[in-house]
Design a protein around this ligand. Structure first.
Ligand code: CA
Ligand code: CA
Ligand code: CA
Length: 278
């Protein structure tokens, strides 16, 4: 058993603060009350609800849309700091429709993000697959969807940096795509929900965060606080990323050397002192 260095003494309880770029259902409110705008057509349809830290939505209208967006956060997929979008989501049901006429694909539920240049990274969910697209008109330039049972709660993480987008599911890298062309989407747009007039979905969203990467935020709530410290300590005591008891993807190995040790702790401490993700 290793022991954490005395530096730990510097860590004191953090205060709960609202973090930017976050939708947090545990606050008990809809996205409308947390800085997101409702996108809904037709105007009258089943109202989403929030309970016990979960946003319940759907079954949505097949030939209508219902979701939320915001455009007030400047995003750059190719900036010096990696961009990250993380969502915990359970897909109870979501359709997939292929339009043979124009070679487009429509998923019942989307989480998509565009940067200041109008480049797009979009996750499309069906009950048995997830797609990771860089084009607005979906077609041959997008990678094939991954077969995936989306019904358990899963953590979907999109990371964009250096001209590349990556998709990790539950900490495991599943797809790497080159960034798509500019000017195919509204700038700085983050959208989640049923965004198609050719599909429907029933979902439970447990969290959503987007913005500059914040690797020490191990539970993805926009803060680096005691909850993350507890997760870090567990990984630190396990030490080896190859240990089967280590969380998938070894997220506490901040420097990527295969171990969770004092080096990672020295990376964790300043993030903890900053508290709020950048
Ligand atoms: Ca729809
Ligand atoms: Ca956290
Ligand atoms: Ca390490």
């Amino acid at each position: 058993m290793k022991h954490l260095p005395h530096l730990l003494i510097q860590l004191v309880g953090a205060t709960a603060l609202a973090a930017p770029g976050v939708y947090d259902p545990s606050l008990g409110t809809l996205p409308d009350a947390q800085g997101f705008s409702r996108v809904q057509d037709p105007a009258v349809q089943a109202e989403p609800t929030v309970s016990s830290g979960v946003l319940h939505q759907g079954l949505t209208v097949f030939n209508g849309i219902q979701g939320w967006n915001r455009t007030d956060t400047v995003i750059d997929f190719s900036g010096s700091a990696a961009y990250e979008l993380v969502a915990r989501l359970r897909v109870i049901a979501s359709t997939y429709v292929q339009d043979v006429g124009d070679n487009t694909h429509r998923y019942g539920y989307y989480i998509w993000s565009s940067d200041a240049h109008g480049r797009r990274l979009a996750l499309g969910f069906s009950s048995s697959a997830v797609a990771f697209d860089t084009q607005f008109v979906l077609g041959d330039n997008n990678p094939a969807p991954i077969a995936l049972n989306t019904s358990p709660v899963r953590t979907y993480r999109v990371v964009a940096s250096g001209g590349t987008g990556k998709l990790l599911v539950d900490g495991v890298l599943r797809l790497t795509v080159p960034l798509g062309p500019a000017d195919i989407d509204e700038p700085n747009n983050l959208f989640f929900g049923d965004g198609t007039y050719a599909g429907e979905s029933k979902t439970e969203l447990l969290s959503l965060r987007f913005g500059p990467a914040c690797p020490c935020d191990l539970n993805d709530d926009g803060l680096v606080d005691d909850a993350d410290f507890t997760l870090f300590v567990g990984a630190y005591n396990t030490l080896d990323c190859a240990d089967p008891s280590m969380p998938a993807g070894c997220p506490s190995d901040f420097n990527g050397d295969g171990l969770v040790d004092d080096t990672d702790f020295t990376i964790f401490v300043p993030a903890y002192n900053d508290l709020v993700c950048p």
